[in-house]
Design a protein around this ligand. Structure first.
Ligand code: BGP
Length: 461
């Protein structure tokens, strides 16, 4: 049996920096943040120049896997031709992973769409799906000898809803029809990549990573159960059912059609392709659950707290005629109003396992905090508590039969957090962004190493 993977995760835009180096083109996030003059990832953690040091540290921290994403605009030019310097960079990184005993877990798309494609309609334009399939094939060819754990997309719901519905990510739209179309195109593109992966006979497995939000109800009434189903369709099922079964929830499509939305672009040929090309595994990123009640009144309201001051710009989710999310006054929240709820991970894993019977990786889990990194070692006891409780919850679900194969802390080191800037820190290793990008392990780094060692001993018994 393969060893359990204990790792940590990153994403290209959030950590690499070197935003215009070695032939890399502009991504939609480069373009958007520059245009709005917002804090950006031009330098970020400068992983581009520090990857050896970072991977060595992850390995010395007891980890045996590293989750990263590839930057599409680093790999291809506008005509779809390969940028060899981009390929060379990732081959160096992946080779370095192996040198340090880290199995690479590689995501093809973690939101940094080439800007020239965004300018042509991005995920609303079907041509982007074909361009993505071409990009995926280039990556399978270029890195297939170094990678055997592939992910087509990171969190389709998160980037599509934030970009096209909530409007706090590029391209800042608020349009339900665009959201439906973009979401469908991403799931279709994922299937195109899976088809190419299987046709090419590349080694390994291919899956998808989902921003997993298990749903709880405020009570056990029928009305609440219906609201929970709507919330589950909105948050989870359209990604997980489609990825695992090749089928979108039919009651969700019925509801959308009854609300007057055009679904005619979901053609029989595309649906058949999706049905035939499903994932080998599911990656779940777990930050929080959603507690819901039936919709009462008012317009759709979707607010995300990117301010980082608890209670200010408080997160709010009301989906007109679907459900309302409620705040549980008894649970702890971060400064960004993210609830801390380990029980949700335990319940959620079992639910996903019983429903899909596919291998599961916890591909992200962590807590974002303000931290003073000028000290020699950040004593992040809150992160240790958070990880301990969540890892215990995951292991309980695993002990009860769920096929969980890996856990990745978000994040390997401090990096740029979308719209929240670099001061929202998640890393096991601190990076002093203002002082030469010096790396300093936090207390959680050593705690994680010990925890991994203890669990390995148990595995061997
Ligand atoms: C996930 C993303 C990551 C990461 C994480 C933390 O949704 O996959 O890229 O950013 O969330 O979120 P945030 O940075 O918004 O706090």
């Amino acid at each position: 049996m393969e060893k359990f993977l204990w790792g940590s995760a990153t994403a290209s835009y959030q950590c690499e920096g070197a935003w215009l180096q070695d032939g890399k083109l502009e991504s939609m996030w480069d373009h958007y943040l520059h245009e709005k003059q917002l804090e950006n990832g031009d330098v970020a953690s400068d992983f581009y120049h520090h990857y050896e040091e970072d991977l060595k540290m992850a390995s010395e921290g007891g980890q045996n896997s590293f989750r990263l994403s590839l930057s599409w605009p680093r790999i291809l030019d506008e005509k779809g031709n390969v940028n060899q310097r981009g390929i060379d960079f990732y081959r160096r990184v992946l080779t370095c992973c192996h040198t340090y005993g880290l199995k690479p877990n590689v995501t093809l798309y973690h939101w940094d769409l080439p800007q020239y494609l965004q300018a042509q309609g991005g995920w609303l334009n079907e041509a982007t799906c074909d361009a993505y399939a071409h990009y995926a094939k280039v990556c399978f060819e270029a890195f297939g000898d170094l990678v055997d754990l592939w992910v087509t997309f990171n969190e389709p719901r998160w980037f599509i809803f934030n970009g096209y519905l909530i409007g706090n990510y590029p391209p800042e739209h608020h349009d339900v029809d665009e959201t439906i179309k973009g979401a469908f195109h991403v799931m279709y593109a994922s299937s195109l990549a899976i088809r190419l992966f299987r046709e090419g006979g590349y080694p390994g497995q291919i899956g998808i990573v989902h921003s997993f939000t298990p749903i709880n109800g405020v009570d056990d009434t029928i009305a609440t159960r219906i609201a929970m189903r709507y919330a589950d369709n909105y948050c989870n099922n359209w990604v997980l059912d489609t990825a695992a079964w090749g089928e979108m929830p039919i009651d969700m499509l019925g509801k959308l059609a009854s609300e007057g939305h055009d679904l005619s672009f979901m053609t029989p040929a595309k649906l058949a392709l999706m049905k035939a090309n499903t994932v080998d595994f599911l990656g779940l990123n777990y930050y929080a659950r959603a507690l819901v009640k039936p919709y009462t009144s008012g317009e759709t309201t979707l607010i995300v707290n990117n301010a980082g001051k608890a209670g200010k710009g408080t997160s709010k989710t009301i989906l007109k005629n679907w459900f309302e999310q409620v705040n549980d006054p008894h649970t702890k929240k971060t400064e960004w109003d993210t609830e801390i709820y380990p029980q949700g991970l335990y319940e959620g894993i079992l639910m996903v396992w019983h429903k899909y019977h596919l291998p599961i990786y916890i591909t992200e889990n962590g807590v974002g905090m303000y931290e003073d990194v000028s000290v020699p070692c950040v004593e992040d006891d809150y992160r240790i508590d958070f990880m301990q409780e969540h890892i215990e919850a995951m292991l309980r679900a695993k002990d009860e039969g769920a096929d969980v194969r890996g856990y990745y802390a978000w994040s390997t080191f401090d990096l740029y957090s979308w719209k929240n800037g670099c001061e929202k820190r998640y890393g096991l290793v601190a990076i002093d962004f203002k002082n030469g990008l010096v790396r300093k392990p936090k207390a959680s780094y050593a705690w994680y190493r010990q925890m991994i060692e203890n669990n390995r001993k148990k595995e061997c018994k």
